[in-house]
Design a protein around this ligand. Structure first.
Ligand code: C2E
Ligand code: CA
Ligand code: CA
Length: 389
């Protein structure tokens, strides 16, 4: 499978300008989106993974420089194009500032501009090479271009306390030509080709090694790993996991295997036996993305899972949407009635966090608490973490 990642994000408080840039970007081959406010920008930036950002400097309540800093602090490899009505000297100095904080500046353009010039500049921002995932991923796995970021997972105590108990390992691909790639771009292809098996083995090895290193430094954390259905259908899988735990002298409850609700549905007899063996040993088993896969209550009841992760799509919508809140409440009740630990992911704001705590959800994960971060930053994070209030 070949993919070229050309996502373009426009940030301008003038909707007609957004529409114009989006049109031109689409016509030269980008998948384009636009945002009008800072809040929207921060949100979409994290999920859309733009390869080009078109940024206005005169924004309501901000001068755009904060946004340049934000992009740099998030280690984005996006190319930046500044488009603004300010004078050329100011534009150039903003461009220099961008470079000085390590950003890849595509250039700047003074409004009003010639559409052909914008078109040429956007052409220049197109990724030079497509990634041929099927051809390149095997080499990437071998040369360990795949790396893990870790998103902190928290326990919400009944008395209102919050503490970090673990992390979820999330794979990224440091691609030599196109920069840091996110799993949604290559996991589906890896699932199709079967490369998901060596990929998952690598993730398991890297994550356990990291957990063992943290432990050696006095930080005991558990780690969640995303496991595809295929892996669970391999009768030798549990023994490989037990061997890895033993090699790193880690207790089984330091490992959580996350399997999506969709994959749980396709479980075979082998998978069922594997799950049971893993759970008997004390490894935690989590149903991921719950609420999207249409599993039946009977299936859920029969499987030895001990954690239910409410899909982030419902959690993200909690703040302004009563239906989403009802779904979250029903899932939490279901999980609790079945004796499972309920974890909410996608917790982005304090109101949702408090709502979940009031529902009795025991665990939470989300941008409010922390985004996924490199493994070497976790120890610093645990020292500096302050519960949201
Ligand atoms: P997931 O297992 O549901 O992982 C959570 C995803 O939600 C992560 O995206 C995380 O960055 C994002 N997220 C966490 N908190 C928030 C929040 O508050 N708001 C929003 N909008 N998003 C949030 P990421 O890292 O891009 O991973 C996407 C998916 O790729 C994962 O979804 C998982 O299904 C898959 N994936 C990631 N790593 C692996 C892996 O090692 N193996 C396999 N098989 N799949 C993986
Ligand atoms: Ca997961
Ligand atoms: Ca999930």
């Amino acid at each position: 499978m070949t993919v070229t990642v050309n996502n373009l994000l426009v940030f301008d408080d003038d909707p007609s300008m957004c529409a114009l840039v989006e049109d031109i970007a689409s016509s030269v081959g980008y998948k384009a989106r636009s945002v009008n406010t800072s809040d929207e920008f921060f949100q979409v930036f994290g999920d859309f993974h733009p390869s080009v950002i078109v940024l206005d400097l005169n924004l309501k309540g901000s001068d755009g420089i904060d946004h340049l800093r934000f992009i740099a602090e998030n280690n984005s490899t996006a190319k930046i194009l500044i488009v603004s009505g300010v004078d050329q000297r100011t534009l150039s100095s903003a461009e220099r500032l961008g470079r000085s904080v390590g950003l890849d500046m595509l250039g700047s353009l003074k409004k009003p501009f010639d559409i052909n010039v914008l078109e040429d500049m956007l052409q220049g921002g197109l990724a030079p090479d497509a990634m041929d995932i099927d051809a390149e991923l095997p080499g990437a796995i071998e040369s360990e271009q795949l790396l893990l970021h870790y998103q902190p997972k928290f326990t919400m105590d009944a008395d209102g306390g919050v503490r970090m108990h673990g992390v979820e390992a999330l794979v990224r691909w440091q691609h030599p030509r196109t920069g840091l790639r996110f799993p949604d771009e290559f996991i589906p292809a890896a699932e199709k080709s079967g490369l998901i098996l060596p990929l998952t083995d690598l993730v398991l090895r890297q994550a356990m090694e990291r957990v063992a290193t943290w432990s050696a430094n006095g930080l005991d954390l558990s780690v969640g790993i995303n496991i595809p259905a295929r892996m669970m259908n391999d009768a030798r899988f549990p023994d490989r996991v037990f061997a890895l735990l033993a090699r790193h002298e880690l207790a089984p409850d330091r490992l959580t295997l996350e399997i999506t609700e969709r994959d749980v549905m396709t479980n075979t007899e082998t998978a069922m036996a594997n799950l049971t063996r893993l759970r008997i040993k004390g490894i935690e088993l989590s149903v991921d993305d719950f609420g999207t896969g249409y599993s039946s209550l009977v299936q859920l009841y029969r499987m030895p899972f001990n954690e239910l992760k409410i899909d982030k799509s419902f959690v993200i919508d909690c703040e302004g949407n009563e239906e989403a809140r009802s779904i979250v409440e029903i899932i939490a009740t279901l999980g609790h009635k079945l004796g499972m630990i309920v974890c909410a992911e996608g917790v982005e704001n304090l109101a949702t966090f408090q709502f979940l705590r009031d529902l009795g959800c025991q665990r939470a994960q989300g941008y409010l608490l922390s985004r996924p971060i490199p493994g070497e930053d976790i120890e610093g994070f645990t020292r500096e973490f302050k519960p949201p209030s």
